[in-house]
Write a protein that binds this ligand. Sequence first.
Ligand code: ADP
Ligand code: MG
Length: 256
Amino acid sequence: DGGPPARLTVRDLTVRFAGLTALDAVGFTVEPGSVHAVIGPNGAGKSTCFNVLSGVYRATSGSVRFGDAELTVLPPHRIAALGVARTFQNIALSPRLPVRDNLMLGRHRLTRAGFLSCGLRLPSARREAARHGERVEEIAAFVGLTGLLATPVGLLPYGVQKRVELARALCMEPRLLLLDEPVAGMTGGERRDMAGLIAAVRESLGISILLVEHDMGMVMRLADTVTVLDFGRRIAHGPPEEVQSDPGVVRAYLGT
Ligand code: ADP
Ligand code: MG
């Protein structure tokens, strides 16, 4: 596993693209075991923030501490190895592979020898693969995918694919889970299911969650603390009820 619970502290995070400041000295903290939401209108810098946290984009300046580690200097695989897992706004699964294989791929960083490639000839490798297989089944059950493990992901409804994606992130045994718009494009029922799952991930597994979300109902239901971004700046911060009635936030969402 990634180790004991760790706090994520983002300080003065700035990201500039040619001529555009996507994030402007943004700061917030995700306490261990909490759900922290980052919200804001389109183009506010939410995905950019996730991309820096997961090592996909380089910060122009500022710092991101996770426990004792400084994430802004690390490549994606090192950040993942510290126990920071993410899902993508657009699904990034292998559609032809069955659910089980997609989930096993999620365990890759936890294996020493690379059990998929070593032919499973050594008894120790076979034992390790069996152990990972059992854990994959536990996680599939937790997420409600039992019975679908042999189905190619591409044949599943969109809402179920999003659950596979969550399961794959959980297979990395993360300490912190970054969820980018986990209910985008979902029906009302699928949204409720996913909200319940996210709450269960925090409550039953004790994993901290950083959530980027448009759906205010989801944010109100799930988040302990909310950071609101607009044009790369932090315009509000606090408990969801306070943030929801903040005049600056209302203005940003209405675009006036
Ligand atoms: P959000 O996720 O809140 O909708 P993004 O973080 O995707 O916003 O984008 C913030 C701003 O940064 C937007 O103006 C977007 O066009 C810009 N941006 C994002 N990624 C890049 C990139 N790789 N190159 C140039 N501009 C980018
Ligand atoms: Mg985005």
